[in-house]
Design a protein around this ligand. Structure first.
Ligand code: HBI
Ligand code: FE
Length: 297
């Protein structure tokens, strides 16, 4: 979420120091795979099975290929060591366990070094569709298949490097929007249709359908500076999704200097989540019905 610095609470009873503080300065803890209960594995299975049914035809080919090549299955929460054997070989990334949200600079430092912080805990059965902190299902099912792709691998590393710089320049809000509308909620063009690649939608039962099939949201051609000006929703479905041409488009953003973009997008008017500009390419203009209904109560 935008500028999250809240202190994670201890979910899994592992290796924390006093008062829930992490035992290590990089906030990593052991995954503690052997401590998952049968109920934890059953929650994973429920989530994995219903999501696996939804993703063919909705997730992009790269997501499906990443999933296919990883040691991930319905029966049990994946073991990070086993994931890392494959992931490290493929793109040089590894998954490290953390207790939940970590401070921005800790998160960025991990990404800049090709380590993806994953919550080690799994949500409780009453939280299947919504939770406040990323758990092992969101982080591993949603993010890790895409980390098998070389373009995403480089883009997320560059986001980590850029995040540290954006923080120093006081422009993290604008950079975080890029991550949000790509890595978390991004769509891409595939064949003659749209597919999802964002982890926030790939790991969500309801939003993986909403983002592609609902007449409510806008689906708009991705434009970097446009997105850097656009507020996002952290507690509900997005009002707009942004569509890239293909994953290689993200590589262009690893090569450019963001400093002038920060200045320009700071000076330009901010955009609300549902705004559509007269000049932009729109794949579908949303009815807005979903969020309008909510506002009426
Ligand atoms: N920590 N574990 C974890 N996962 C995240 O996605 C995360 C985080 N800390 C900060 C953060 N995301 C964002 O606020 C940054 O991308 C700005
Ligand atoms: Fe995420």
């Amino acid at each position: 979420a935008e500028a999250s610095t809240e202190t994670p609470t201890q979910k899994h009873g592992l290796a924390a120091g006093d008062a829930g503080r992490p035992a290590s300065t990089d906030w990593t803890i052991p995954q503690g795979w052997e401590r998952y209960t049968a109920a934890d594995h059953a929650t994973w299975k429920t989530l994995f099975e219903r999501q696996s049914q939804l993703l063919p035809g909705r997730a992009c080919d790269e997501f499906v290929a990443g999933m296919r090549d990883l040691p991930m299955r319905a029966d049990e929460i994946p073991n990070f060591e086993q994931l890392n054997e494959v992931l490290q070989q493929r793109t040089g990334w590894q998954v490290v366990a953390v207790p939940g949200l970590v401070p921005d600079e800790v998160f960025f430092d991990h990404l800049a070094n090709r380590r993806f912080p994953s919550g080690n805990f799994i949500r409780k059965p009453h939280e299947l569709d919504y939770l406040e902190e990323p758990d092992v299902f969101h982080d591993v099912f949603g993010h890790v298949p895409m980390l098998m792709n070389p373009a995403i691998a480089d883009f997320i590393q560059a986001y980590g490097q850029g995040g540290l710089r954006a923080q120093q320049l006081g422009h993290l809000t604008q950079l975080a929007r890029v991550y949000w509308y790509t890595i978390e909620f991004g769509l891409l063009q595939q064949g003659n249709g749209l597919r999802l690649y964002g982890a926030g939608i790939a790991s969500s039962f309801t939003e993986s359908q909403f983002c592609l099939e609902s007449p409510s949201p806008n689906r708009i051609r991705f434009d970097l500076e446009r997105v850097m000006r656009t507020h996002y929703r952290i507690d509900d479905f997005q009002e707009s999704y942004f569509v890239i041409r293909d994953l290689d488009e993200l590589l262009e953003f690893t090569r450019i200097d963001f400093a002038p973009l920060y200045e320009r997008t700071q000076a330009a008017p901010a955009l609300q989540p549902g705004d559509v500009l007269p000049t932009e390419q729109v794949f579908s203009r949303g009815s807005g019905a979903y969020h309008a209904g909510k506002r009426k109560g």
